[in-house]
Ligand binder design. Structure first.
Ligand code: ATP
Ligand code: MG
Length: 214
Protein backbone atom coordinates (compact mmCIF):
# COMPACT_ATOMS: atom_id res chain seq x y z
CA UNK A 1 0.00 0.00 0.00
CA UNK A 2 1.27 3.47 -0.86
CA UNK A 3 1.73 5.56 2.29
CA UNK A 4 1.67 9.30 2.40
CA UNK A 5 3.10 11.58 5.06
CA UNK A 6 1.81 15.08 5.81
CA UNK A 7 4.03 17.48 7.78
CA UNK A 8 2.28 19.89 10.15
CA UNK A 9 3.29 22.14 13.03
CA UNK A 10 1.56 22.20 16.40
CA UNK A 11 -0.59 25.09 17.53
CA UNK A 12 -2.63 27.28 15.23
CA UNK A 13 -1.70 25.50 12.00
CA UNK A 14 -2.69 22.10 13.40
CA UNK A 15 -5.98 23.45 14.77
CA UNK A 16 -6.90 25.31 11.58
CA UNK A 17 -5.93 22.32 9.43
CA UNK A 18 -8.31 19.88 11.16
CA UNK A 19 -11.38 20.96 9.11
CA UNK A 20 -9.36 20.70 5.88
CA UNK A 21 -8.20 17.21 6.82
CA UNK A 22 -11.81 16.27 7.60
CA UNK A 23 -12.81 17.41 4.11
CA UNK A 24 -10.23 14.97 2.75
CA UNK A 25 -11.63 12.21 4.98
CA UNK A 26 -8.60 12.32 7.30
CA UNK A 27 -9.04 12.30 11.08
CA UNK A 28 -5.94 12.21 13.31
CA UNK A 29 -6.06 9.44 15.90
CA UNK A 30 -4.72 11.75 18.61
CA UNK A 31 -3.77 15.36 19.24
CA UNK A 32 -0.08 16.33 19.12
CA UNK A 33 -0.72 18.81 21.93
CA UNK A 34 -1.51 16.06 24.43
CA UNK A 35 0.23 12.99 23.06
CA UNK A 36 3.80 14.30 22.56
CA UNK A 37 4.09 11.87 19.67
CA UNK A 38 5.82 13.19 16.57
CA UNK A 39 4.29 10.61 14.25
CA UNK A 40 0.51 10.52 14.42
CA UNK A 41 -1.65 7.91 12.76
CA UNK A 42 -4.99 8.78 11.18
CA UNK A 43 -8.22 6.92 10.47
CA UNK A 44 -6.78 6.24 7.02
CA UNK A 45 -4.13 3.53 7.04
CA UNK A 46 -2.46 5.17 4.02
CA UNK A 47 -2.05 8.61 5.66
CA UNK A 48 0.10 9.63 8.63
CA UNK A 49 1.03 13.00 10.07
CA UNK A 50 4.41 14.15 11.31
CA UNK A 51 4.70 17.05 13.74
CA UNK A 52 7.63 19.39 13.10
CA UNK A 53 8.67 22.94 13.89
CA UNK A 54 6.77 25.38 11.62
CA UNK A 55 9.96 26.58 9.93
CA UNK A 56 11.08 22.97 9.30
CA UNK A 57 7.99 21.95 7.27
CA UNK A 58 9.47 22.98 3.86
CA UNK A 59 12.68 21.08 4.61
CA UNK A 60 10.87 17.79 5.31
CA UNK A 61 8.78 18.16 2.16
CA UNK A 62 11.69 19.29 -0.04
CA UNK A 63 13.67 16.18 0.88
CA UNK A 64 10.67 13.88 0.47
CA UNK A 65 10.58 12.87 4.15
CA UNK A 66 7.02 14.20 3.92
CA UNK A 67 4.97 14.17 0.71
CA UNK A 68 2.86 17.15 1.73
CA UNK A 69 3.01 19.89 4.30
CA UNK A 70 1.35 23.08 5.44
CA UNK A 71 3.53 26.14 5.94
CA UNK A 72 3.12 29.88 6.31
CA UNK A 73 4.08 32.08 3.38
CA UNK A 74 6.63 33.71 5.71
CA UNK A 75 8.31 30.34 6.24
CA UNK A 76 8.18 29.53 2.52
CA UNK A 77 9.79 32.82 1.52
CA UNK A 78 12.54 32.40 4.11
CA UNK A 79 13.12 28.79 2.98
CA UNK A 80 13.12 29.65 -0.71
CA UNK A 81 10.56 27.02 -1.78
CA UNK A 82 13.06 24.93 -3.74
CA UNK A 83 11.63 21.55 -4.83
CA UNK A 84 8.17 22.47 -3.60
CA UNK A 85 4.94 22.67 -5.53
CA UNK A 86 2.53 25.15 -3.88
CA UNK A 87 -0.90 24.31 -5.30
CA UNK A 88 -3.27 25.86 -2.73
CA UNK A 89 -3.45 28.97 -0.57
CA UNK A 90 -5.38 27.48 2.37
CA UNK A 91 -6.25 30.92 3.77
CA UNK A 92 -5.54 29.80 7.33
CA UNK A 93 -3.23 31.31 9.97
CA UNK A 94 -3.73 34.70 8.36
CA UNK A 95 -1.68 37.65 9.54
CA UNK A 96 0.51 40.37 8.06
CA UNK A 97 4.26 40.88 7.85
CA UNK A 98 4.81 44.41 9.17
CA UNK A 99 7.50 46.92 10.03
CA UNK A 100 6.98 48.14 13.61
CA UNK A 101 8.70 50.82 15.64
CA UNK A 102 8.46 52.30 19.13
CA UNK A 103 5.56 54.75 19.47
CA UNK A 104 7.00 58.19 18.68
CA UNK A 105 9.74 57.03 16.29
CA UNK A 106 9.18 58.91 13.02
CA UNK A 107 9.76 56.06 10.57
CA UNK A 108 8.69 57.98 7.45
CA UNK A 109 11.04 60.85 8.32
CA UNK A 110 13.93 58.44 8.92
CA UNK A 111 13.28 56.84 5.52
CA UNK A 112 13.05 60.27 3.81
CA UNK A 113 16.35 61.50 5.15
CA UNK A 114 18.07 58.24 4.13
CA UNK A 115 18.94 57.18 7.66
CA UNK A 116 20.57 53.78 8.11
CA UNK A 117 18.15 51.61 10.08
CA UNK A 118 18.93 48.79 12.48
CA UNK A 119 16.33 46.10 11.77
CA UNK A 120 15.79 43.17 14.15
CA UNK A 121 13.89 40.17 12.79
CA UNK A 122 13.55 36.43 12.43
CA UNK A 123 12.58 37.01 8.76
CA UNK A 124 15.90 38.15 7.31
CA UNK A 125 15.17 37.42 3.64
CA UNK A 126 11.82 39.20 3.69
CA UNK A 127 13.34 42.18 5.53
CA UNK A 128 16.38 42.40 3.24
CA UNK A 129 14.23 42.35 0.11
CA UNK A 130 11.70 44.86 1.46
CA UNK A 131 14.26 47.49 2.44
CA UNK A 132 16.30 46.94 -0.72
CA UNK A 133 13.17 47.66 -2.78
CA UNK A 134 12.63 50.87 -0.80
CA UNK A 135 16.30 51.83 -1.20
CA UNK A 136 16.76 51.94 2.58
CA UNK A 137 20.13 50.87 3.95
CA UNK A 138 19.88 48.55 6.93
CA UNK A 139 21.92 46.66 9.46
CA UNK A 140 20.13 43.37 9.87
CA UNK A 141 20.05 41.76 13.31
CA UNK A 142 18.87 38.14 13.24
CA UNK A 143 16.70 37.09 16.19
CA UNK A 144 14.82 33.85 16.86
CA UNK A 145 11.87 35.28 18.81
CA UNK A 146 10.56 38.09 21.06
CA UNK A 147 11.44 40.67 18.41
CA UNK A 148 9.32 43.26 20.26
CA UNK A 149 12.01 43.57 22.90
CA UNK A 150 14.78 44.67 20.53
CA UNK A 151 13.79 48.35 20.06
CA UNK A 152 12.92 48.70 23.75
CA UNK A 153 16.47 47.96 24.87
CA UNK A 154 18.30 49.73 22.05
CA UNK A 155 19.22 46.67 19.99
CA UNK A 156 17.33 47.93 16.91
CA UNK A 157 15.38 50.91 15.56
CA UNK A 158 12.63 48.83 13.97
CA UNK A 159 11.45 45.23 13.82
CA UNK A 160 9.95 43.15 11.05
CA UNK A 161 7.42 40.71 12.50
CA UNK A 162 4.08 39.01 11.98
CA UNK A 163 1.12 40.94 13.31
CA UNK A 164 -2.45 39.75 13.68
CA UNK A 165 -4.32 41.76 16.31
CA UNK A 166 -1.45 44.09 17.19
CA UNK A 167 -1.94 43.23 20.87
CA UNK A 168 1.68 42.24 21.47
CA UNK A 169 2.95 45.40 19.79
CA UNK A 170 0.62 47.56 21.86
CA UNK A 171 1.61 45.84 25.11
CA UNK A 172 5.21 46.79 24.34
CA UNK A 173 4.53 50.37 23.26
CA UNK A 174 5.24 49.60 19.61
CA UNK A 175 3.20 50.47 16.54
CA UNK A 176 3.01 48.93 13.05
CA UNK A 177 4.12 51.54 10.50
CA UNK A 178 4.22 49.62 7.22
CA UNK A 179 2.76 46.46 5.75
CA UNK A 180 5.24 44.28 3.86
CA UNK A 181 2.89 41.52 2.74
CA UNK A 182 -0.20 39.57 3.78
CA UNK A 183 0.55 36.07 5.10
CA UNK A 184 -1.45 32.86 5.05
CA UNK A 185 -0.56 29.19 5.04
CA UNK A 186 -0.05 27.16 1.88
CA UNK A 187 -0.26 23.51 1.02
CA UNK A 188 3.16 22.39 -0.21
CA UNK A 189 3.84 19.17 -2.08
CA UNK A 190 7.06 17.37 -2.92
CA UNK A 191 7.42 17.60 -6.70
CA UNK A 192 8.60 14.01 -7.17
CA UNK A 193 5.87 12.63 -4.88
CA UNK A 194 3.25 14.49 -6.90
CA UNK A 195 4.20 12.36 -9.90
CA UNK A 196 4.94 9.06 -8.14
CA UNK A 197 1.97 9.17 -5.74
CA UNK A 198 -0.37 11.15 -7.96
CA UNK A 199 -3.39 8.85 -7.51
CA UNK A 200 -3.44 9.26 -3.75
CA UNK A 201 -2.26 12.89 -3.54
CA UNK A 202 -4.52 14.40 -6.18
CA UNK A 203 -7.84 13.74 -4.32
CA UNK A 204 -6.35 15.14 -1.10
CA UNK A 205 -5.18 18.31 -2.87
CA UNK A 206 -8.61 18.63 -4.51
CA UNK A 207 -10.41 18.19 -1.17
CA UNK A 208 -8.23 20.87 0.46
CA UNK A 209 -8.88 23.21 -2.46
CA UNK A 210 -12.63 22.60 -2.21
CA UNK A 211 -12.65 23.15 1.55
CA UNK A 212 -10.95 26.56 1.18
CA UNK A 213 -13.64 27.94 -1.08
CA UNK A 214 -16.32 27.41 1.58
P1 ATP B 1 7.85 28.93 17.05
O1 ATP B 1 6.67 29.61 17.69
O2 ATP B 1 7.94 27.46 17.35
O3 ATP B 1 9.11 29.68 17.19
P2 ATP B 1 6.70 29.85 14.68
O4 ATP B 1 6.47 31.14 15.35
O5 ATP B 1 7.28 29.86 13.30
O6 ATP B 1 7.63 28.90 15.50
P3 ATP B 1 3.92 29.41 15.00
O7 ATP B 1 3.87 30.47 16.03
O8 ATP B 1 3.22 28.12 15.24
O9 ATP B 1 5.39 28.99 14.66
O10 ATP B 1 3.42 30.01 13.63
C1 ATP B 1 3.21 29.18 12.54
C2 ATP B 1 2.78 30.03 11.37
O11 ATP B 1 1.55 30.67 11.67
C3 ATP B 1 3.75 31.15 11.00
O12 ATP B 1 4.73 30.69 10.12
C4 ATP B 1 2.82 32.17 10.38
O13 ATP B 1 2.61 31.88 9.00
C5 ATP B 1 1.52 31.97 11.13
N1 ATP B 1 1.38 32.92 12.24
C6 ATP B 1 2.33 33.32 13.09
N2 ATP B 1 1.85 34.23 13.97
C7 ATP B 1 0.55 34.38 13.67
C8 ATP B 1 -0.52 35.17 14.20
N3 ATP B 1 -0.32 35.97 15.25
N4 ATP B 1 -1.74 35.05 13.66
C9 ATP B 1 -1.95 34.24 12.63
N5 ATP B 1 -0.99 33.49 12.05
C10 ATP B 1 0.25 33.55 12.56
MG1 MG C 1 5.41 31.56 17.23
Amino acid sequence: MTQITLALSKGRIFEETLPLLAAAGIVPSESPESSRKLIIATNRPDVRLIIVRASDVPTYVQHGAADLGIAGKDVLIEHGGEGLYQPVDLEIAKCRMMVATPVGFDYQAAVRRGARLRVATKYVNIARLHFAQKGVHIDLIKLYGSMELAPLVGLADVIVDLVSTGGTLKANNLVAVEEILPISSRLVVNQAALKLKHDILQPIIAAFRGAVLQ
